[in-house]
Write a protein that binds this ligand. Structure first.
Ligand SMILES: *[C@@H]1O[C@H](CO)[C@@H](O)[C@H](O)[C@H]1NC(C)=O
Length: 462
């Protein structure tokens, strides 16, 4: 009997929340907002070719700082990464970065794919664009792919060939557009307040229009996932499908659903499949884990400019901060390892390539501001966490991801989930950790989106 009551309460609350959301009047962000310096003005709207360059002066200064760091604090005995980055391996990192990392070779690697910049709303936005070579008659679909924090477009390097090379097994090919988020990578940062993830979705939609795409697919992980969520919600007619490896919903309705699932077994079975329940419950365990993992998020959401000072000044400090996050986000078990398990999943070079972008561009600080500019009352008051979208959404969620979201939690924001696949043995940076798994799931999702549209077109005709 108790189970039935819980189910009824759960259903009533979910229906009430949905109704409240439909009635709310959600303001759209300004599609022409000017994020450049000073007042809005006419700008060059051409698309310019761009190459990554590591300046000699920057390298010399970086090496000096790596060699002249002060002594590291001795780690506590057997503490692994439980207190943060364990200093036992820091000297190896500093020495590799300054003595063995081949700046010339890595610079060429970064330039493996064609880079561009174009000015959108006052900011130079950087992107990689890879076009497939296809036989005549094969349609090419554009896909916008967005990274998050602490990533850069490099996160997608290993999947670029897997996704963009035409295969006879498919009756379509993909053209990839992979930008740096504003304030990240090689894109400009703004000097004005208010450029959060929702506003960034407008910038990327404008970028796609600039490139001549009126309708396109999207993919995002981490903050990229949140930006894609905004894009699909604000411009549902332009997004033909959204694939993500991060099922994030900040909508209160999703979290109330999660909470109700903690009230008893009957309710829990409605929220999550039995075999995945361990990813969400017990609720207290999930909350405890989130508390332990998300300290970085709180400081970046409130005082990014404080943490930015040290990270902009010390390359080894930057390394410790970012790689500790990577260690945690890749595998839960890494927290007990003295080396953070970093080299079990990635080479030193590829981890340093990503750091090189943050260091050489000196934009750790501006990248962190996305937290402060999104996780705030403006977004709450505008209802931007509770937008929903009819765009078909396909998810693949790894067991070591920071957060798992079940379909009933996500349905408050995604009304057409075509797939929500759970996978084992991978973490937060799916595209760089398991490029084959990621690419296969993305390509399969394109087929699912096309099927969905075919079926829906039939419905409309009826
Ligand atoms: C660095 O890489 C470049 C290009 O691959 C190569 O010519 C050079 O010898 C390398 N330098 C060292 C010190 O290995």
């Amino acid at each position: 009997m108790r189970g039935v009551t819980q189910v009824l309460v759960l259903c009533t609350v979910m229906v009430a929340i949905q109704a409240a959301m439909i009635e709310s009047n959600i303001p759209l962000p300004d599609e022409n907002a000017w994020w450049g310096p000073g007042e809005a003005k006419e700008v060059d709207t051409s698309i310019r070719s761009f190459k990554v360059r590591f300046q000699k002066k920057m390298i010399k200064d970086l090496r000096y700082r790596l060699k002249n760091h002060r002594p590291f604090t001795t780690p506590l005995i057997d503490s692994g990464f439980n207190y943060g980055f364990n200093s036992a391996t820091l000297e190896d990192w500093a020495s590799y970065w300054s003595n063995s990392y081949n700046f010339t070779e890595r610079e060429s690697y970064l330039n493996l794919y064609p880079h561009f910049k174009t000015n959108i709303q006052g900011l130079d936005i950087h992107f990689i664009r890879v076009r497939p070579v296809v036989p005549e008659g094969v349609p090419v679909f554009p896909i916008l792919m967005l990274h998050g924090w602490p990533s850069t477009p490099l996160e997608f390097y290993k999947v670029i060939p897997l996704l963009s090379e035409y295969s006879e097994e498919r009756d379509f090919a993909l053209e990839l557009i992979i930008p740096s988020l504003p304030g990240f990578g090689f894109s400009d940062a703004t000097s004005k307040q208010g450029l959060g993830a929702t506003e960034m979705s407008v910038i990327f939609r404008n970028l796609m229009h600039r490139l001549g795409f009126e309708k396109f697919y999207i993919h995002g992980g981490d903050w990229g996932a949140y930006i894609c969520y905004s894009l699909a919600s604000l411009f549902p007619d332009e997004v033909i499908g959204y694939f993500t490896n991060y099922g994030i919903s900040l909508s209160p309705a999703s979290w109330i659903t999660w909470f109700l699932g903690s009230l008893g077994e009957g309710a829990q079975n409605l929220v999550v499949q039995k075999e995945l329940a361990g990813r969400l419950y017990p609720a207290t365990t999930l909350l405890k884990e989130l508390m332990i993992k998300t300290g970085y998020l709180h400081i970046q959401a409130t005082k990014p400019d404080t943490i930015g000072v040290g990270m902009g000044d010390s390359p080894i400090g930057l390394l410790a901060y970012i790689l500790q996050f990577v260690s945690m986000a890749v595998r839960n078990a890494n927290i007990d390892k003295e080396d953070g398990g970093l080299l079990d999943h990635y080479s030193r070079d590829e981890l340093l390539d990503n750091l090189m972008i943050y260091w050489s561009q000196n934009n750790f600080n501006t990248a962190c501001r996305i937290y402060a500019e999104t996780l705030n009352m403006r977004n709450v008051n505008n209802g931007w966490f509770s937008l929903n979208t009819p765009v078909p959404v396909s998810l693949i969620q790894a067991d070591n991801e920071l957060l798992y979201m079940s379909t009933p939690m996500l349905q408050h924001i995604y009304t057409n989930i075509v797939q929500n696949k759970a996978i084992e043995g991978a973490g937060h940076f799916l595209a760089s950790e398991v490029p084959e798994v990621f690419s296969k799931a993305l390509l399969e999702s394109i087929d699912l989106f096309r099927d969905w549209h075919r079926k829906n077109a039939c419905k409309e005709e009826l």
